[in-house]
Ligand binder design. Structure first.
Ligand code: ADP
Ligand code: MG
Length: 695
């Protein structure tokens, strides 16, 4: 029996291995780069490259690849072998230069028009803060990706910059408060990942799942999630075998896979890792999603990461648990025992409250995607309105600060189970509010509006930057203060008073909240095109440019890419629907109605008086629906042709949302209704029942 402690991280060139394999001075220099962001010398890079190569070859590698996160939303890699000709044979080589810099052709990655196609050159640069690892006999080196002219073309670079920025601003504030021993602050993230697992045999029969990751037709099964019997339910053995395999793969890659359980919808599950720095958490989450898919193949399963694979049952999201800690190990969002006396905590809390209020539109933008549009606003995920939940305790503290009243924290109550054999335990001091998009959960914030397939770099670089911006403002107010305590208290009170509209502890799913939020002036952008427009609002451009995270040109590029991607995705979905409708669904219903007609004729020929009531009723109903279906198919087809008239990406995205998507829903509704009346022998696709309850 292998022990986890023996194989955890075997496929990672981690700190322990570096320490073992590198000369001491090299190791020390590298640590300085990793910990303090100091520039890396080429001689150090050469030594690290050499050690990495030896380790990789010892472990069976033949190739290496720079691994990066372009704007496509998935990771990219280009493999090179270590071989180099020598005499009439070869040697295995890998230099510091090759470790530091790669040159993938950038012309095929989305750039949002930032680069003319003749300037195809792109560079990947080694990110020493995220360890290299081995997969499929290849050494993977996490890298950032930019164009020849230095424009950022990926998701990692802004994240790394935002982490630096937040550190700088937080350290300034902490020094002002007397914590002069703190030299660095890091943001930490623990992303909970939801996914569906279905049988590969079912998947292979559904072109919609194959091309778009979600079902475009499909009537509800008689049973859905209404009994709540799947959530935390006992895990079926086939799924359990998959989860064991997945954990093992992830542990070998040094991913701290920790919690796994069944989710709300049938066939839906979740995996949560132990948190780590935002950068590594991002790389690990990308890795995790890839390994989830690969592992499923070995089990005859398919892992679906789409936000809404099945209409009518819950979709999948990702909870971004986020906090800030110092290099001395202090969590700056920990309220401690007496938050009422903890001015430092109050200041950081105020920074987050102000950031979330002022940049609520950005938080909405960052979770917008074609897939997530199906969740946000429906009664399952947080709504499209961004607000914050602080819980009873912290909520009361904030209220007392605003009103200038005394506050006594509730000491953590004990939970009495009432059964002697069961131990009593300390209750958490805040209950959960599952409906809030941005909830305080004890010593961190949980941003819950992310879609399951999202690269978490984006929400995190935005979150880090906006909080850094607020801390910078706070520092400026306080830096020359003669009475720091009084001024700090006044500042916290002012900020919380001005931004209390963003705090909402009630039910975010209710209609009353939508009205209340409107009264409070909070934004409610229901879809990607609506939200994306605001990404390039002046205040948002200023936020990112003044903090040196991305340039205005890069923001415009990102904006164009997102809108274009959205239109393309909806176009693929519509084309897939048309294909399914014309080639399979219409012919299937025709064949079935033909059989019914023949049955009527045969019956009548035997005896004129025999009842053909059932046949004729069904025949009428299906014939009417089929007529509507065929007409709607033609409407959708001509609507798609109409998309050619739009050259502006925002207009195009809106057209897809308002016209194409609306028609798709109408077509689906008729199709699903025909499915409920058509013999299973004729229906061309596996049903929801077969897919969702088939594993
Ligand atoms: P729940 O399902 O109740 O939301 P889980 O226990 O599944 O909670 O997940 C909580 C996540 O929060 C875990 O990934 C955990 O590592 C992470 N987490 C805990 N503390 C921090 C922190 N200080 N910073 C970031 N993430 C954290
Ligand atoms: Mg959670």
């Amino acid at each position: 029996m292998k022990k986890v402690t023996d194989y955890f991280g075997v496929n990672v060139f981690n700190d322990r291995k570096m320490q073992e394999m590198l000369p001491k001075p090299t190791y020390k220099a590298l640590r300085k780069t990793i910990e303090n962001g100091e520039a890396l010398d080429i001689t150090i890079a050469n030594a690290v490259a050499h050690a990495m190569k030896d380790w990789a070859i010892e472990n069976g590698c033949t190739h290496y690849t720079h691994w990066f996160q372009p704007m496509t939303g998935v990771t990219a890699e280009k493999h090179d072998s270590f071989i180099s000709p020598k005499g009439d044979g070869i040697i295995m080589e890998f230099s510091g230069k090759e470790l530091i810099k790669g040159e993938p052709d950038a012309s095929s990655f989305p750039s949002g028009g930032i680069r003319a196609t003749f300037e195809a050159r792109g560079y990947t640069t080694w990110d020493p803060t995220s360890p290299a690892f081995i997969r499929d006999k290849t050494l993977y080196i996490p890298t950032a990706f930019c164009s020849y002219t230095g424009d950022v073309l990926d998701k990692k670079t802004p994240l790394l910059r935002s982490m630096e920025k937040l550190s700088t601003e937080a350290v300034k504030v902490l020094h002002l408060l007397g914590k002069t021993d703190v030299t660095r602050v890091t943001t930490t993230v623990g992303p909970e990942q939801e996914y569906f697992l279905i049988d590969k045999k079912m998947y292979d029969q559904r072109p919609d799942l194959i091309y778009t990751g979600r079902t475009l037709f499909g009537a509800m099964a008689p049973k859905g999630q209404e009994l709540d019997d799947h959530y935390f339910g006992s895990i079926k053995s086939r799924v359990s075998a998959y989860m064991h395999d997945l954990d093992e793969e992830l542990w070998k890659l040094g991913v701290f896979a920790k919690t796994k359980h069944n989710e709300v919808a049938p066939s839906q599950h979740e995996l949560a890792p132990v948190f780590t720095t935002s950068n590594i958490a991002t790389d690990h989450n990308e890795l995790c999603m890839e390994v989830m898919k690969k592992t499923a193949e070995r089990h005859g399963l398919v892992c679906l990461l789409h936000e809404k694979p099945f209409a009518g049952v819950n979709g999948s999201g990702k909870h971004n648990n986020w906090s800030i800690s110092t290099d001395k190990g202090e969590n700056l969002l920990d309220p401690s025992k007496c938050p009422e006396d903890n001015l430092q905590f109050q200041l950081f809390l105020a920074a987050v409250v102000k950031a979330v209020d002022e940049y609520q539109d950005l938080l909405r933008v960052t979770v917008a995607s074609a897939g997530n549009d199906h969740r946000l606003g429906a009664n399952e995920a947080p709504p499209a309105i961004i607000s914050m939940y602080l819980g009873d305790d912290l909520g009361a503290l904030v209220e007392s600060i605003i009103e200038g009243k005394d506050y006594k924290s509730h000491k953590a109550a004990r939970m009495e189970t009432g059964v002697d054999a069961l131990p009593d335990f300390k209750k958490d001091n805040s209950d959960r509010n599952r409906t809030s998009p941005f909830a305080f959960t004890g010593n961190k914030f949980e941003f819950r509006a992310l879609g399951s397939s999202l690269n978490i770099a984006c929400p995190n670089y935005m979150l880090n930057t906006m909080v850094a911006e607020e801390l910078k403002g706070f520092y400026d107010v306080l830096k020359d203060s003669a009475d720091l305590t009084a001024d700090l208290k006044a500042l916290v009170r002012k900020v919380l008073t001005e931004h209390q509209r963003i705090i909402f502890n009630g039910d975010n799913y209710s209609d009353e909240w939508v009205e209340e939020a409107e009264r409070r002036g909070l934004c409610n952008y229901k879809s990607l095109p609506e939200a994306m427009e605001h990404y390039i609002d002046k205040k948002n451009v200023e936020l990112f440019t003044s903090n040196g995270i991305v340039t205005e040109a890069e923001m415009h590029a990102r904006y164009e890419i997102e809108l274009e991607q959205y239109a393309k995705l909806l176009n693929i979905e519509a084309l897939t629907m048309l294909d399914m409708a014309k080639k399979n669904i219409t012919p299937a219903v025709m064949a079935f109605t033909k059989e019914i007609s023949e049955s009527v004729a045969v019956k009548k020929s035997i005896s004129a008086g025999v009842s053909t009531y059932a046949e004729e009723k069904l025949l009428n109903s299906l014939s009417e629906k089929l007529e509507a279906f065929v007409k709607k198919t033609a409407e959708l087809e001509s609507a798609l042709a109409g998309a050619g008239e739009y050259s502006d990406n925002l207009e195009l995205a809106k057209y897809y949302r308002n016209t194409v998507f609306a028609l798709m829903n109408e077509l689906r509704e008729i199709g699903d209704s025909m499915e409920t009346e058509t013999s299973a022998q004729y229906w061309p696709y596996p049903s929801y029942g077969e897919i969702l309850f088939g594993v």
